[in-house]
Ligand binder design. Structure first.
Ligand code: URA
Length: 200
């Protein structure tokens, strides 16, 4: 069975998931994940769907998503060449952090997605997704940019792209450094990267 078919089956299992009562009542969609399962070497994990993600049924389609798209483009990657998902599939009310029980309910799905995709690298975006995936209390400022192996998966934590917006772009150089490392790890062709750099 192809990765695409296995992921489609997994998605079907969650089409009417009702494990988290508060989220079921609040959501418009179950925001499963996007990308080409056959091509992707990189999986990106954010915290949870926000307003636009919930309405459009796609992760990272709001302002942070636009920043993420630009960062990916800077190393010659499009959204279709990576796979993007979140720690939980449903939007928490008022964009609060996911609760422990919600994370637990959604964990088998996330682990299965990663197992099926079998990526070369996983990026965790922001403090929340990073601390959750690495099971640590250490902050993102310490952890960002360094690859850590956890349960056989190579994970690189990064700041959340929303920070670009509220820092007025002052931390873009940090993202550039981290994304260049990602490009090295994935062995992306430097020429393609140079062409795209102007997009940042
Ligand atoms: N922020 C996240 O962490 N995830 C999304 O899907 C969108 C914004």
């Amino acid at each position: 069975m192809s990765k695409t078919d296995r992921l489609a089956d997994l998605k079907k299992e969650y089409t009417s998931c009702a494990l988290c009562k508060e989220l079921v009542n609040n959501r418009t969609n179950i925001v499963f994940g996007v990308g080409d399962p056959e091509k992707c070497k990189l999986v990106i994990i954010g915290e949870a769907p926000g307003y636009y993600e919930d309405v459009k049924n796609e992760p990272f389609v709001g302002k942070s998503g636009q920043e993420l798209n630009k960062l990916l483009a800077s190393i010659g990657l499009s959204r279709d060449e990576v796979y993007i998902t979140n720690t939980i599939l449903c939007r928490p009310p008022e964009n609060r952090n996911p609760k422990a029980e919600e994370l637990k309910n959604c964990r088998a799905r996330l682990d299965k997605q990663i197992e099926i995709l079998n990526p070369r690298l996983v990026i965790t975006l922001g403090n929340f997704a990073t601390q959750y995936m690495l099971d640590t209390k250490q902050g993102i400022t310490k952890l960002r940019g360094k690859v850590v192996e956890k349960n056989g998966i190579q994970i690189m934590p990064m700041f959340h792209p929303a920070t670009i917006l509220y820092n007025g772009g002052k931390n873009l150089h940090i993202f550039e450094e981290d994304f260049n490392n990602v490009a090295e790890i994935l062995k992306l062709p430097p020429q393609k990267r140079e062409q795209q750099r102007t997009l940042l």
